[in-house]
Design a protein around this ligand. Structure first.
Ligand code: ATP
Ligand code: MG
Length: 560
């Protein structure tokens, strides 16, 4: 293995073996095949990074294929959102394809199967068909319609297509083997009648192909070499191959289905169907609600494409399903934002600090570094004056020696400014502290190089000048579900585990340099966490989403 290169994962090993055997590099082609029935989620990010990552590694094309065979659930809005998300993640597809573009070809092939005696129209109800399936250990029963004549099958199938038969009157089934060990091979349904408008084909079709029939054939049409899907499709592989064998031509490469494990994330749900419920029931505001595990929700929350790609790469592909702790995702975004996010000061739970020996009408603009991780980020100026906000939790009247923040009689540094000493407090009638009075050492200014400025003090606090403060709305998020696996309990509905406190809205006070911040801009609020400007912001009122806190709980888990 070359130094610094990751070992091959099992999917890459499959490809390497194929290249050793009978494939040439320019035969390699992959696809990402979402069904446009919802917005993409973090689980899809794994599949996207896998397929497009292979494309990058082998310089092979990757198609974006919409698996749009079920008009009941699919919409153009979802198509647009999916394209947008993949773009944003930084990937480019070779071709934009739709299973619906192949409806005619699929139909013609189905007719050929009928002519060949490989498919027949079944006129039983779906209940009857289900009853005849048998069990894994017991063969199924053949349909009384199984030996219909080719002519009758062709006639009925055409009528189904034209909507001249009742919607649920018939289905087209592959004629395979009702005694097959693999139950999916027991005459699977290829087409069902559905008199529905399709978002792309309109009212042209009154029948729609089933997943198994459409998927492999679409791969074949597009000359996909490797079709990667999640493990639940493993038993479908035999059928995938059977369908392809029926249309394959000598000399044409047959796609190969291989399976990898679905990725699940703790304290959330990765299923479009269930996420749709959250939207429809108003548990969240929209698909891109910052609490959602959708790519669009994560984007709005302040995640970067790099952090999501890093996450997907670091968990890699596996053969077994497992649960990834959401803390790992948070670790990835924290690490990325630490590199790129400018530092600013903001106070989210303010108490007023009055510097009694600082002149009332004086103000100073002090230099503050934008990003200690990145010298090229430069510096900015922050206003300092007699009255400041600091965080309530940064002050205690009396404290033990482990409290390195402000107390009466002790010194701390105000970041980028001066050393101050707590002197007294002013309380209201309820005994709550409404002002802290302190004195400052004018010679202790940060960066001045004076002896006083070098003085060691235990703590450094962030602050904001009261009269310059920018008042903003802050949205704080917590996990959307209280349970690690909200849909893990078959007896209970996952909606029972929605965290009622997943959103808290507060007012924050920020340094004025933020007044021109734009939607999606990301910052580190020093000593607090990472925040990003929400699209609900207006000129009058900025709104910030908390992306993630500063504390690195994942590193602790890892090193434990
Ligand atoms: P959902 O139940 O959320 O709709 P799906 O698998 O039905 O998921 P598709 O749109 O069919 O969604 O998925 C497109 C691709 O993404 C498929 O290849 C699928 O296997 C993969 N995928 C979906 N969810 C995950 C996941 N949690 N982890 C890894 N890959 C996933
Ligand atoms: Mg699906």
């Amino acid at each position: 293995m070359e130094e610094g290169k990751k070992p091959l994962n099992f999917i890459e090993q499959i490809i390497e073996e194929d290249l050793q055997a009978n494939y040439t590099k320019d035969q390699l082609k992959f696809r990402f095949p979402p069904e446009p029935n919802g917005y993409l989620h973090i689980g899809h990010a794994s599949s996207i990074c896998l397929n497009f990552g292979l494309g990058e590694r082998y310089h092979a094309p990757v198609n974006l294929r919409f698996d749009d065979t079920n008009p009941m659930k699919e919409e153009q809005e979802y198509v647009d959102a999916i394209k947008n998300d993949i773009h944003w993640l930084g990937f480019k597809w070779a071709e934009e394809c739709y299973a619906s573009d192949y409806f005619q070809t699929l139909y013609d092939w189905a007719v050929a199967l009928i002519k060949n005696g490989d498919a027949y129209v079944d006129s039983q109800t779906s209940e009857e068909i289900a009853q005849q399936k048998g069990t894994p250990t017991q063969a199924g029963t053949e349909s009384p319609y199984r030996n219909r004549s080719v002519a009758e099958n062709l006639d009925l199938f055409e009528k189904m297509k034209n909507g001249e038969t009742a919607e649920k009157g018939h289905v087209l089934r592959a004629k395979i083997d009702m005694a097959a060990g693999n139950m999916l091979m027991r005459d699977p349904i290829m087409y069902r009648g559905l008199h529905r408008n399709h978002h792309r084909t309109g009212d042209s079709w009154k029948i729609y192909p089933m997943y198994d029939w459409a998927h492999g054939e679409s791969d074949f049409i597009e000359s996909v070499s490797h079709s990667f899907c999640t493990l639940e499709f493993l038993p479908h592989r035999e059928l995938y191959n059977w369908f392809i064998s029926k249309v394959s031509k000598p000399g044409k490469l047959e796609p190969k289905q291989r399976e990898f494990a679905r990725r699940n994330l703790s304290h959330t749900i990765v299923s479009k169907r269930k996420l749709l419920q959250l939207v429809e029931k108003g548990v969240v505001e929209s698909w891109d609600d910052p609490r959602m595990p959708t790519i669009s929700g994560l984007r709005r929350r302040g995640y970067t494409p790099e952090s999501i790609r890093k996450f997907a790469d670091s968990i890699g592909v596996g053969k077994r399903e497992n649960l990834i702790d959401v803390a790992h995702l948070e670790f990835c975004v924290r690490e990325d934002l630490n590199r790129v996010a400018p530092r600013v000061m903001g106070v989210l739970d303010p108490v007023k600090l009055v510097i009694t020996n600082y002149p009332e009408d004086k103000e100073e603009w002090l230099e503050a570094e934008n990003n200690p991780e990145d010298e090229s980020a430069g510096s900015r100026e922050v206003p300092f004056s007699r009255e400041l906000y600091i965080e309530k939790e940064d002050f205690k009247e009396e404290a033990n020696r482990k409290f390195f923040r402000l107390t009466l009689g002790k010194e701390v540094r105000l970041k980028n400014a001066y050393i101050i000493k707590g002197e007294s407090v002013v309380k209201n009638d309820q005994g709550e502290i409404i002002e802290i009075h302190c004195t400052y050492d004018p010679k202790s200014k940060s960066g001045s190089g004076s002896e006083e400025s070098m003085r060691k003090v235990k703590g450094t606090l962030h602050w904001v000048s009261v009269k310059h403060a920018l008042k903003v709305e802050i949205r704080l998020y917590d996990r959307l579900f209280t349970e690690e696996v909200p849909d893990g309990d078959k007896e209970k509905d996952y909606l029972e585990f929605v965290n009622p406190d997943s959103l808290q809205v507060i007012t924050g006070y920020l340094e004025p340099s933020l007044k021109n911040a734009s939607v999606m801009d990301k910052f580190q609020f020093q000593r607090i966490g990472y925040f990003c400007v929400d699209k609900d912001s207006s000129k009058e009122k900025l709104i910030f989403n908390k992306t993630v806190g500063l504390r690195d709980s994942w590193a602790k888990i890892q090193s434990a």
